[in-house]
Design a protein. Structure first.
Length: 295
């Protein structure tokens, strides 16, 4: 089946491992699962007051940008955020607008930051999703904690992970493209760079001169420049809102662009994908797309 649904399916309960693998993982189809995390203490406990009490003065990694776009194309560079070390309660002051800042702050460091930087919170969620771990025969490679401002936007990209994205409070807004849309999604090579704060508090973009160029998607799917990228008109994006208490299954190699409500809190589980026939098909599609563009 090469056709994709026009909307994201909803499940009213977590599936059995076999059902999930057969109906969703194997065909590489996304879905939103209700009542999969309703037993998590985090859904009731993770208020601002609780997070201040439990984490408070602890110094954590926060991504800071002048425009809300971390790991995105800007001024013909692939620009990564400033990784600022700051007390968590100072970060909360900014999110709650007790302190004003012209910049945009987002706890978004991956590399399993929930278990590495916020182990105090793991007992309020789960170290893995048991039915997913059984379906895939493995534990997650990473469990990540996300909290930030509504101005923080995740640019369009894909990951080599089976992703279970759980919203604890607020809402996440996903725009998705199936891997089969690859011919219509532009990639270009960019010099990697990082935002750095200068002495006057403004940001400057500093090239990572020893790093190789990074392939990234320059297109904004919410406001696509079809004069520059006319092929994108043939793509078929799906949009969905993941609300508090819901879980999105985002299959590997699906392109996604993410926004959020202000102060949204989420936890996601990354399970490494199988490098099987699906991956080979995607690699073939990617190579053919590049070859056609050189003709």
């Amino acid at each position: 089946e090469l056709g994709w649904p026009e909307s994201i399916s909803y499940l009213d309960r977590p599936p059995s491992p076999l059902e999930f693998y057969r109906e969703w993982v194997s065909p590489n189809k996304p879905c939103i699962i209700r009542n999969a995390i309703s037993h998590w203490p985090a859904l009731k406990k993770w208020t601002s007051a609780y997070l201040r009490e439990v984490i408070g003065p602890k110094v954590v990694s926060v991504a800071v940008t002048p425009n809300g776009y971390a790991d995105a194309v800007f001024q013909d560079r692939f620009v990564m955020p400033e990784e600022r070390q700051m007390p968590f309660m100072d970060f909360l002051d900014i999110v709650e607008k007790k302190v004003t800042s012209p910049n945009v702050f987002y706890v978004q460091k991956q590399c399993s930051n929930l278990t590495e930087e916020f182990p105090e919170l793991v007992c309020d969620v789960q170290p893995d999703i048991p039915w997913m771990s059984e379906a895939l025969g493995k534990k997650p490679d990473a469990v990540n904690f996300w909290l930030g401002e509504s101005a923080a936007v995740t640019s369009l990209h894909k990951d080599h992970y089976e992703n279970l994205y759980c919203v604890v409070s607020g809402e996440k807004y996903f725009l998705l493209h199936p891997p089969s849309d690859r011919p219509f999604i532009p990639y270009e090579l960019y010099q990697p760079a990082t935002y750095q704060v200068s002495e006057d508090g403004s940001f400057e973009i500093v090239d990572e001169k020893t790093s190789d160029k990074v392939p990234w998607i320059p297109l904004d799917p919410l406001n696509p420049n079809l004069e520059l990228y006319p092929e994108y008109a043939q793509a078929k994006p799906l949009q969905c809102t993941v609300k508090a208490g819901e879980m999105l299954y985002l299959p590997s190699l699906w392109f996604h662009h993410v926004q959020q409500s202000h102060g949204c809190i989420a936890v996601n589980y990354w399970y490494d994908m199988e490098y099987d026939l699906k991956y080979s098909y995607y690699q073939l599609l990617d190579c053919l797309t590049k070859a056609v563009k050189t003709l």
